[in-house]
Every structure is written in C-alpha cells, then in structure tokens.
Design a protein around this ligand. Structure first.
Ligand SMILES: [Fe+2]
Length: 441
C-alpha cells in the first residue's frame, strides 16, 4: 500500500482546480465553443477534459473504481486532442455535439467530489499496475497543471474582446537587452538525463530510464535570444533566405507566409508584443517566443546552432566541481527569485532579470521565462515503457517529427520544473511559450 500525505495531495488537487477555474473565467461566454487555435479542440472540451481525465486516470485505471458519467467521460476523455500539439493532423471534432456549459460544470462538480473522496480515503494498492509508485495519482495531478499552460497559450491567441481583462497588470519591461554574442564555455563532462525509477517520486514514461551522457566542450549563450536580437534577423531578411532553413521549414514559412514570430503584431509600422490582454510595444529585453524552425534559422544566421538535450542538461545542472544539481541554482525548491514560472506572470520578464536562478556556469533563465528549444528529436530513453495510467502519453509522438523542449515558462507549475521533465512539439508550431539560445563549439 502506497503511503501518501493525504492532505497535501488534496491541497494540490484543489489548488489545480482553483487555478483552472480562474483560467476558464478569463473567457467571455461568447467564445466558449470557439477554437483559438485551428485544429485544436474548442474551449468547452478542455473544461470537461480536465476532471474527466482525472477520474479516468486515478479512479478508474488506478483504483479500479466506477465511472462518474459514461457519456461525458467518452466525449471528454481524449477528444481529439493529444496533449502535445500535433498541428499537422486534422482532429476537427466538428461533429461532436458539445454539452452546455452548465452541464460541463455540473459534471466537473461530480468528478471533483469523487476525486476528493478518493484522495482522502481510497486505498492506493500498488498491486494494480497503474498505481505502482502512485503513478495514477501523479498522472492526474500533473496532467491538469500541464493543461493549464496549454490553455493559457491558447488564450493568448484569442481576440481581446473575448477575454475579461485583469485590472492593474504590471509588466516588467526594463533591462538592457543582453548581447547574445556572449557565450559561456562549458567544459566537456557528464550530463545525467532522465529520472531514477527507484527513487523518483514520479516521472512520466519518457523520463525513464536515467542514464549518463558524455558532452563535449561547447559555448552557450548566457541569455536567451531576445526580441531585440531577433528583430535584427527579421530586418536582415532572415525569413526570406532559404539557406537558413531546412527545406521542410522553408516550405512552411512560404506556405503560411510567416515573416515574424507569432507573438509579434505589426501595426502602423510599429512592432508590438501580442500580450494576453493587450498589445504591448515590443519589449526588446524579453526573450523572443518562436517555433523550433525559426529558432534554428536564427541560430544558423548567427553561425551557430541549437543545443542538444544533453548540452542543455550540462549547461543547466552541471557544475565545475562535478556533482550535478537538482535545479540550475542548486537544490533549493523553486521560488520567484529563481525564475519566471508558476503562474506569477502573464508574460515574459527581461532576460537575465532573475540572477539568483543562474546555473553554476552563470547561464541565466534556463528554467522559467520560456521553454528552451533543443535540436534533439523526441524519442524514448533506453528502458522506456508506456505507463499503465496513461499509455498513449509519449509513445504516439516517437515519430521523428517532434523536438524536445526543456526548462519551463511563466505558465509552468513548480511541480513540473524537475530536471528530468521533457516537453515536445513539432518544429513549426509557433504558439507555445518557447524561446531558445544558441551554442557553438
Ligand atoms: Fe489531456
């Protein structure tokens, strides 16, 4: 029987639910059935999906318990929308007859009651495969937190008149744009990827097995590439130069007429940041948010490249003396001085403005203020096995078409900032809170 701190998992579930409610409350009712991002599900799906998934993962798969509502769970289980964006696959769901919001909220209340009862009282028997090491419990809890980030970047695409503006938002704008030509040398050494199956409290299937990789010496940007840095690439015609892009990526740029980051707006000859609640004159010191394709083209323009997943680990968690750290700044738990994460901000903050979060080598913002693109194709580590509580989580994406992102953004919950956590997207998906830095040898 698994021992867990009941009050802390109850508190975690309630904290998740309160945050999800606040996120859905941003939406104007007129937008409830709209799709902020084409080919993704309409908003209504996600409000039902979060409680439905929790019930399916923990109560049904983990505990062998009953369904809360067979019909609504079927509609909301996976829908047509895997957790990582798969923009190339049409998953319209257009034929689905979506329930009314009242029906969704009523279902959510019943699901919450069942979940809170299970968290407080159920026997967590590890003899069930989905419950080994408490897997189904953490699957449910982390799944909701991960969706909160995907919801927020979807909300970023919605027209401003479909959102209720939060009053009095202060943006951190100041900070000299750091020069991205300053690279820090990282000597060759070992990087430990993945999590230890025996000692980790929880990890998703793609985080196992833990293994060590030798990394050759390289140089890495001290700071993320900023909007100001990236503007020089735009103005130099980087989007029109096929030599900077792979053939597939250049075909995307041409077909979609992409000529600037999706988070930028061009208005009356001026550049603006597409903020959550308003357009903001482009803050030069913020990290630029772009797709992996755009990041790769910029890196090539600089005569550099994107880091590999192992190089990211080495720069973030390695130390000159050898032992690796839990977080870039050390082993202390995340707090707001260490980086821009855990929903403290709707937008980025200036690159380099959380120096207490720098790594042992002095590289800033590796965790927080935007996920970091790597050049590593998402794939299984040796020892990978799909998890019983959510077998389709990773395996559907080992197709050579997705790249690993590391770190975290302003909308990444503290619980997801662990070293072994991996995120992944297609290279031409431009809507995520993802930035990058460049490396050379
Ligand atoms: Fe999901």
């Amino acid at each position: 029987m698994l021992t867990v701190d009941r009050s802390s998992v109850v508190e975690w579930y309630q904290r998740n639910r309160a945050r999800s409610r606040a996120i859905f409350d941003i939406i104007d009712p007129s937008a409830y059935y709209s799709r902020p991002i084409a080919l993704r599900n309409p908003i209504v799906f996600y409000e039902g999906h979060l409680p439905a998934f929790s019930v399916i993962a923990l109560i049904e798969r983990g505990l062998g318990g009953p369904k809360v509502d067979e019909r609504l769970e079927k509609i909301f289980e996976r829908g047509i929308d895997p957790d990582s964006a798969d923009a190339a696959v049409p998953r319209s769901g257009a034929a689905t007859a979506w329930p009314s919001r009242g029906e969704v909220l009523q279902f959510a209340d019943r699901a919450d009651a069942a979940m809170l009862d299970a968290l407080a009282r159920a026997e967590f028997r590890e003899t069930r495969p989905a419950m080994e090491h408490g897997q189904a419990l953490y699957t449910a809890l982390e799944h909701e937190a991960m969706h909160q980030e995907t919801l927020l970047y979807m909300w970023h695409r919605l027209p401003y008149d479909q959102k209720r503006k939060h009053a009095g938002i202060q943006y951190e704008l100041d900070g000299a744009p750091p020069s991205s030509d300053e690279r820090i040398r990282i000597p060759s050494g070992i990087a430990t990827l993945g999590a230890n199956r025996e000692t980790a409290t929880f990890g998703w299937d793609n985080e196992f097995d833990q293994h060590q990789v030798h990394v050759s010496e390289f140089g890495i940007d001290q700071h993320n590439v900023t909007n100001a840095d990236f503007l020089a690439f735009v103005e130099a015609g980087g989007y029109r130069d096929p030599a900077l892009w792979s053939p597939e990526n250049f075909a995307w740029v041409q077909a979609e007429k992409v000529w600037h980051p999706a988070f930028w707006i061009r208005r009356d000859g001026q550049w603006f940041w597409r903020g959550m609640f308003e357009a903001i004159p482009l803050p030069g010191a913020w990290p630029v948010y772009v797709s992996q394709a755009e990041a790769s083209a910029y890196a090539r323009w600089k005569g550099a490249r994107l880091p590999t997943e192992a190089e990211f680990h080495r720069a973030a968690f390695g130390t000159p003396s050898g032992p690796e750290r839990v977080y870039p700044w050390g082993d202390a738990p995340p707090d707001a001085t260490r980086g821009n994460f855990d929903f403290k901000s709707w937008e980025p903050v200036p690159a380099g403005s959380r120096p207490a979060g720098a790594s042992a080598w002095g590289v800033h913002d590796l965790v927080g203020n935007g996920w970091e693109w790597t050049s590593t194709i998402f794939g299984p580590f040796e020892g990978f096995a799909p998890m019983a509580s959510y077998p389709e989580y990773s395996a559907d994406f080992f197709d050579g078409q997705h790249y690993v992102m590391k770190g975290g953004s302003a909308a990444t919950a503290n619980e997801l900032l662990r070293r072994s956590f991996r995120n992944w997207f297609r290279p031409n998906y431009p809507y995520v809170y993802a930035t990058f830095r460049t490396v050379n040898h």
